[in-house]
Design a protein around this ligand. Sequence first.
Ligand code: C2E
Ligand code: MG
Ligand code: MG
Length: 763
Amino acid sequence: MSLKRSIWIIFYALIGFGVVYFAWSGYLRWQDIRQQAEQELRYLNHIFSSSVNLNFKQQEIMLQLIGEQLLFNPDLQSPRQAAHYLDRIQKLHPSLNGLGLISPDGDLLKATSNIDIERMPNLKSFPQTRDTFLQALEETRLVIGHTYYMDAFQEWVIPLRKAIRNEDGEVIGVMAAGIRPSQLLPRVQISTRERPFSMILIHDDSFRYAYISGLSDQALQTVIPNPIPQSQIDSTRRYLARSGISIDDLRRNPRLSTEFMIDSTLRPSLTNLVSLSYIPEYRLWSMATLPVDALYPTWHRSLLVYGLTLLLVGLVLFLLFRIIDRAQKRHQNLLLQQANRDFLTGLHNRQYLNRIESRWAGPGKRPFSVWFIDLDNFKHINDSHGHRIGDRLLRQAADRIVRRFDPKDLVCRQGGDEFIVLSHLVDANAVRERARQLLRDLLQPLEIDDYAFRIGASIGICFHPEDGENFDSLFSAADSAMYEAKKKKNSYHLYTDTLRQQVRESAHIEQALRSAVTNGEIDMAYQLQVEPDGRPCGVEALCRWNSPELGTIAPDQFIPIAERNGSIIPLGHFIIDRSLADIAALAHKRGRDDLRLSINISVRQLQEKRFSEQLLAALDRHGFSTERLTLEITESLFMEDYDYLMPVIDGLRNQGIRIALDDFGTGYSSLSLLRRLPIDELKIDKSFIDTVCSNRQDHQLVMSILEIARTLGMRVVAEGIESSDQAELLREHGCDCMQGYFFSPPLPIEELERLCHNWSRVP
Ligand code: C2E
Ligand code: MG
Ligand code: MG
């Protein structure tokens, strides 16, 4: 997972945690608010029920006293006197809207003057009053009747009845009073502190409302006359059961109260928080209620504060994480830039090219040219003058390349002394002109310290999309073109149809070559080498490939491919083993081992870690003396990996194996290098021998080579001798050994055997 993602995952996790914390805090806050409200309700209910109790107790005493006065005081026996007396009392108690004395038969005997005694019904037979009246006759305590609307007074009344008994306990009258419910408990209403608390009294026996605070007369009209629905009572019981307190518990213990939430009977959409307790003296349930909605504003305010805090913390965190993210991105960009850039030249590197491939190449993408630039001779300078100079050389060369191209073109260092340029220049003539200019630029001496270096370059150029629609095929085409240019050095080459053909053929060859050794398609031919007096002194092993698919392929053609794709390793093992076996067998047959064997060895073979070990093992296996073996190597070998190869070659020479420098004169060996190289033999290239008799310069050159070799104590082998003139000339000037069609072409081992046989018969 990327660091960027991790950072933001942490951020979101923190935010998630914050949200959960917010929800949890919100929930706790709600519980808190609710508990507080319950506490308040409990307190209110307690005050309310106590007040009701007290109030009714006062009324009870008062009614008892008034009743006794009315019954026994001789001054109050006339209805007028009684009315006057009762009116005075009523005036002192504004909560009373009427007072009266009723006979045990239910007739109103005396009453306040606001009651028309004549028009009052008999309370014992009037349905609305009958029950409570009869109850009052039974009970010694104050009986509270069902609250009702008294049309005469145009107001609600809670009827109170108190039976007055004589000394024998017989009812001699019933004192009745009506209380204005609205004035029942004015104090409690003051203490509700703006919250819509409601105080309710309910008759226990009938489950009808006796009192509801804060309701309009009209509202009371619909509620008071009806008993509380059974469903509501049931659900109350259920709530109580859940809290572990039963209705009977409450009835038994007047100090006990319980709080719960229940849907309102008065307004179904409303849920009330309720505190419930019982007033046993008057068989009343006392309730304080508060709509849950009323708690929301407080809760919402808290939520708002929490939410704002969360938002603020989230914002701060976000800014913090963004700072981290940006710093990290900057760091990553820096790393990416470092990863995309070549450290030495500051140019883009190959990895960068891989990354941007899709931006440049592909169907429908704009045409462009691909330039493969390989500095000539750089390796040599780097090896002989050291890496410090080499690095500066590369930097200067890179500068020159960059300057020659457009800023929109892309110049990359592919590695070593190789550069790749993607240029928008696509016109063939313009490309040629640009290549010539670049070659001229690069050929200008590069001045470093006191030296002036001249390095040329070989440039291969191809075009997108004609020569490939992806970097792989384009680079491979440009590489092939560069390879062509390299043959001439300091030149450029455009990828052409012939080259394309060649590349296709090489691909074919490469494919077939992988199985050539195992399929037994490789054969060996041996070309004789003779001493100046004409005696054979050795043979050079040359491999031959007869492919059933591709026909006979010259080693010049397939060896470089084998070197490139690595099949030179198994091929090399085969060649060494086979030539040692053939020549050992020949020596055995001839009964003498005077023939040396020269084997061509590629750099790749020598670079193999176990090359020497395996070669010595092969010599041992075939009983071939190390002194009779010569390994032919080319100059390019010393350009490759001088430091590693030198000890390997030294090691081989110490074993007695001779080292010959093949194709001498075609490379770049300087005299000083030649002096340092661990070489026993120089093989003058055929191209000099071809013209040694006809060209004075070549003649002179060959003479010089012979002279130098003699000075350095090296043997000289001339190869490619095709005429007696050439043979004669070289013999005259002291060439140590000769090879060429003039003496013998490369021959299969059987023919070589025959040739040797005939030779042996020559006296
Ligand atoms: P080389 O090692 O310089 O071999 C000499 C080449 O010159 C051989 O070509 C040989 O047939 C040819 N030659 C010799 N005398 C004459 C002559 O008088 N006239 C003409 N026209 N040609 C002559 P060949 O066999 O085609 O080999 C070409 C090159 O392939 C070799 O050049 C060598 O570099 C490479 N090669 C051949 N066999 C092997 C091998 O077994 N291993 C490796 N690594 N390279 C090999
Ligand atoms: Mg050779
Ligand atoms: Mg040669």
